[in-house]
Design a protein around this ligand. Structure first.
Ligand code: DGY
Length: 319
């Protein structure tokens, strides 16, 4: 009998078709987010779940005595939505989707770097609100990227892809912090001994470390205070890396120049203090949101499920 799989979000059609071929599958046709109750009944009824960053997979779900579920195939490379310690204790297998979203996410990091430094959000708002009175040589002056220094926090796949774009495409210098030694790279880049050291010399800081655990709130008042008042902060990784009230204060008081954010600490909540600021570009977690990438992510999640139930090696197992 085919394994029973519950899918918590609407997925690209080819992914859903492939799931139907291999499993007895419950799809989420109207894409309503699962609350804790629906997740709990999924854990009781299914052998596996294809879940996403919008699902909080808590210790109480994982420790439930009547759990049937044996595998969580997460749609995303980041797995901070899953209590990994509890999953380990419960013996639940966890997989993710690394690699396939590297380019899309690095593209979006560059888009946010450009949006922040070229004041796109502020400029577009001016135009849409009818406030544009024609070309003016001194209007909406931003910061050019050529010869500026990009600070990468976390030189993994996405950090490297962002650095490569910035160095090769925009003539930027790269400095970075990575917890363990990494490299060599196919672009020039210099390591620094700490996050603060990178933040102090960068003109733009781009975050590429995992969220959750000890990284929660890592970019707080102290790290922000190290930045130059002319510098920008970009986050396409996880919202909880940043202490949002500290960032709002730094932006409001002109202690940094601007920010570009695709992720937030308590999605889908976006702090009103950020929404009120003109020098911030805010996007709704679309780093990997191309049809090609979201299809590839779904296919990799399905590859993991198929491998698990066929008893073959899993392509991307976290636990
Ligand atoms: C990821 O892959 O981690 C994306 O942010 C979607 O969750």
């Amino acid at each position: 009998m085919p394994a029973r799989i519950i899918v918590t979000r609407k997925l690209p059609e080819p992914v859903e078709a492939r799931l139907r071929e291999h499993f007895t599958v419950a799809l989420n046709h109207d894409d309503t987010p699962f609350g804790p109750g629906r997740l709990a009944s999924g854990f009781r009824a299914a052998d596996g779940m294809l879940c996403a960053v919008s699902d909080q997979i808590t210790a109480s779900l994982l420790a439930a005595p009547d759990r049937r579920l044996a595998i969580l195939a997460n749609f995303g490379v980041g797995v901070n939505n899953i209590d990994l310690e509890a999953a380990r204790a419960a013996g639940v297998v966890v997989t993710n989707t690394p690699g396939v979203l590297t380019d899309a996410t690095a593209d979006l990091a560059m888009a946010l770097i450009l949006a922040a430094t070229r004041r796109m959000t502020e400029s577009e708002a001016l135009l849409r609100q009818g406030g544009w009175d024609g070309f003016r040589p001194t209007a909406m002056l931003g910061m050019g990227l050529q010869g500026k220094r990009l600070g990468i926090i976390g030189m993994g796949r996405i950090g490297q892809a962002t650095a490569r774009r910035a160095a090769a495409g925009f003539g930027m210098e790269i400095v970075y912090f990575n917890r363990s030694p990494v490299g060599p790279f196919d672009f020039p880049a210099e390591p620094r001994p700490s996050i603060e050291a990178v933040m102090a010399e960068a003109d733009i800081v781009s975050l590429h470390i995992p969220g959750g655990g000890e990284n929660r709130g890592r970019i707080g008042a102290e790290a922000l205070a190290a930045m130059k008042p002319t510098a920008y902060l970009v986050n396409t990784a996880r919202g909880d890396l940043i202490d949002e009230p500290a960032l709002i204060a730094a932006l409001r008081e002109g202690r940094i120049a601007g920010a570009g954010l695709d992720v937030f600490a308590e999605e889908p909540k976006v702090p009103a203090g950020l929404i009120a600021l003109p020098n911030v570009t805010l996007l709704p977690h679309i780093g990997s949101a191309t049809l090609e990438t979201r299809t590839a992510m779904g296919m990799l999640a399905v590859d993991n499920l198929i491998a698990y139930f066929e008893g073959t090696p899993l392509p991307s197992q976290v636990l």
